[in-house]
Design a binder for this molecule. Structure first.
Ligand SMILES: Cc1cc2nc3c(=O)[nH]c(=O)nc-3n(C[C@H](O)[C@H](O)[C@H](O)COP(=O)(O)O)c2cc1C
Length: 203
């Protein structure tokens, strides 16, 4: 792995909107990021039920190359088991440029907000916050109950950025890929990566 690539942890959990995760990982890879990839069991289930992306084929980077083309080879992927709490990501001494959980289920949101750290995704988020690094949560549920809202506030108070899976329509999207790119672009912008994935609003 290259020393000068940005290192960003991507946690994928079992909320609807798997396409947001795929487009975020694609955009990070195209922009030369080393993606540290952790997916929950239900994250994998939802990717399989909502998309044609295969998590089982060959290597993961090869699956991204097959779906999105050679530009993803600008980056790199390291995959971890969500059960492996002894992985490097579990420790603050493993330096990263931050973490995004996309999409973020209400269960994982609760785990992050309450500091449960019971899976590698939750533990990595906990470490990201304690080390003062950037944590972006992309929650997806509707409607929201008071517990969801309180957990978002608690996570925000602890330093997380709440970036709901709530695309805008002012760019007149004609495909769901454009909607996914809008969210991916917003996520990358929080990591100071200008990927031009959507047209900024202009009057
Ligand atoms: C097809 C499907 C769609 C789901 N969509 C959502 C969702 O949009 N938001 C959510 O919070 N949970 C959703 N769930 C429920 C979560 O997957 C479930 O709470 C799970 O325990 C989350 O675990 P994880 O955060 O470890 O992935 C969905 C489950 C399935 C099977």
């Amino acid at each position: 792995m290259s020393e000068n690539k940005k290192k960003i942890i991507v946690g994928i959990t079992g909320a609807s909107g798997a396409i947001y995760a795929l487009h975020t990982v694609r955009a990070l890879l195209v922009n030369g990021v080393e993606v540290h990839f952790v997916i929950s069991d239900y994250g994998a289930y939802v990717i399989e039920s909502e998309t044609d992306f295969s998590l089982k084929n060959k290597s993961l980077i090869e699956s991204f190359r097959e779906k999105f083309g050679d530009a993803v080879l600008n980056g790199a992927i390291v995959k971890y088991s969500n059960r492996d709490l002894a992985a490097s990501l579990s420790s603050g001494s493993f330096k990263t440029d931050g973490m995004v959980i996309v999409p973020c289920s209400m269960k994982t949101l609760a785990g992050v907000a309450q500091g449960i750290a019971g899976s590698l995704i939750e533990r990595s988020a906990d470490v990201t916050l304690k080390e003062g690094r950037k944590l972006v949560l992309v929650p997806r549920e509707t409607p929201l109950n008071k517990i969801h809202l309180k957990n978002m506030l608690a996570a925000s108070d602890a330093g997380a950025h709440i970036l709901p899976a709530m695309p805008a329509f002012y760019q007149k999207p004609s495909t769901i890929e454009e909607l996914a790119d809008f969210i991916a672009g917003r996520i990358l912008a929080l990591f100071n990566i200008e990927a031009e994935l959507f047209e900024p609003w202009q009057k």
